[in-house]
Design a protein around this ligand. Structure first.
Ligand code: SAM
Length: 289
C-alpha cells in the first residue's frame, strides 16, 4: 500500500514521463520534474522507462487507472495558467496546500519573487527540502516549507508560526488533496480559508461524492476498489451541485467549475493526443469575497 506521503510523488512522476514527448505534444512543460523526484522514485521511473517505451507507459496507466494521466496533467497545467494570470493582476502570496513535490514554485517565472508557502505532511516536506538542496542548492529565500497534518493540526496557527500573516491576497492551491482528508480536515481547512484576504484565489480539485459513496462508478470500479475500499486512502467527496453553496458558506465565490472533458478540450486537444476521460475528479477556481 502506498503511504499518503509517497502519494505526493505520483503526479510528478507522470509529469517527468510526459517530458519524453516532443514539446508540441506535451500537456505541460517541466524540466525540473525528473530531477526533483526522490532517489528511489527517480530510479524506478528510469527503470520503467527502460522497460517500456513512453507510449506503452501511458497505455499501461490508461488501462490500470483510466483517465488519470490526462486529469493530473490537465489540472497542473490549468492551475499554472490561472496562477500566472492571478499573479499578473492581483495576488501577492502563494500557498500550496498538500504540495507534494510539485515543481511550479521553482519553474514558473511569475512566482520568482512572490512569498510562497509549500505545505504538506512532515515526511514530504523533508523529502522536498532534501531534493531542493541537491537540485537548486537549497530552498530559495522566498519559499517557506511548512510541515503539517491537515486532519490533526490548526492550519492557521501552523502557517502563522512559519511567517504567513494572512494580510495579503493569496493564491491557494489544493490540488489532488481533498480526497485524502477526513470531512473534518476539509472543513477545518475551509474554516481557515474563510479568513483569507478578500480577492484571494483558490484552485482545488475534488472527487465526486456519489463515487466515494459507491453509488456511481463512471467506469472506474478499479480505482474505487483500490483507493476507497482496500487502501482507504480516499475518504472525502463533494457533490458538484452543492459546491457553490458549500464554498459560499465560507465566504468564497466559484468562478469556474470544470470537469475533465472541458480541461481536455483546452489542453489535450491541441496536442493531437487521445487520452481517456476522468469524470470522477473536478476542478474548482474560486475568489474570496
Ligand atoms: C496526490 S498528492 C498531490 C500532490 C500535489 N498537490 C500534486 O498535485 O502534485 C496528495 C498530497 O496530499 C498530501 N496530504 C494528504 N493528506 C494530508 C494531510 N492529512 N495533511 C497534509 N498533507 C496531506 C500528501 O502528502 C500528498 O503530497
Amino acid at each position: 500500500m502506498a503511504t499518503t506521503a509517497s502519494i505526493g510523488y505520483g503526479p510528478t512522476v507522470l509529469v517527468a514521463i510526459e517530458q519524453r514527448f516532443l514539446e508540441s505534444a506535451r500537456i505541460i512543460n517541466d524540466d525540473l520534474a525528473a530531477r526533483i523526484l526522490p532517489f528511489k522514485t527517480r530510479v524506478s521511473t528510469r527503470l520503467w522507462l527502460l522497460l517500456l517505451p513512453r507510449d506503452r507507459m501511458v497505455a499501461l496507466s490508461e488501462k490500470r487507472a483510466p483517465g488519470v494521466w490526462g486529469s493530473i496533467l490537465c489540472r497542473k497545467r490549468h492551475i499554472d495558467d490561472r496562477l500566472a494570470e492571478a499573479v499578473d493582476s492581483q495576488v501577492e502570496t502563494m500557498v500550496n496546500l498538500g504540495c507534494g513535490i510539485d515543481t511550479r514554485t521553482y519553474r514558473l517565472p511569475a512566482l520568482a519573487k512572490l512569498p510562497v508557502f509549500e505545505v504538506d505532511l512532515p515526511e514530504n516536506i523533508d523529502a522536498k527540502r532534501s531534493r531542493l538542496k541537491k537540485v537548486l542548492g537549497g530552498v530559495p529565500a522566498h519559499v517557506t516549507l511548512v510541515p503539517i497534518d491537515f486532519d490533526r493540526e490548526d492550519l492557521g496557527a501552523v502557517l502563522a508560526s512559519h511567517g504567513y500573516a494572512g494580510d495579503t491576497r493569496t493564491f491557494f492551491i489544493w490540488e489532488g488533496v481533498t480526497q485524502y482528508l477526513t470531512e473534518e480536515g476539509v472543513r477545518a481547512t475551509f474554516a481557515f480559508l474563510a479568513s483569507a484576504h478578500a480577492g484571494s484565489r483558490l484552485a482545488f480539485t475534488y472527487i465526486r461524492k456519489d463515487f466515494m459513496d459507491g453509488e456511481a462508478f463512471y467506469g472506474h470500479e478499479y480505482i474505487y476498489k483500490k483507493l476507497v475500499l482496500k487502501e482507504k486512502n480516499w475518504r472525502f467527496g463533494m457533490d458538484p451541485e452543492s459546491v457553490a453553496d458549500f464554498l459560499s458558506g465560507y465566504g468564497w465565490r466559484v468562478l469556474e467549475h470544470l470537469g475533465f472533458d472541458e480541461l481536455a478540450e483546452r489542453y489535450v486537444k491541441p496536442t493531437g493526443r487521445k487520452l481517456l476521460s476522468m469524470p470522477i475528479e473536478r476542478m474548482v477556481y474560486a475568489e474570496k469575497l
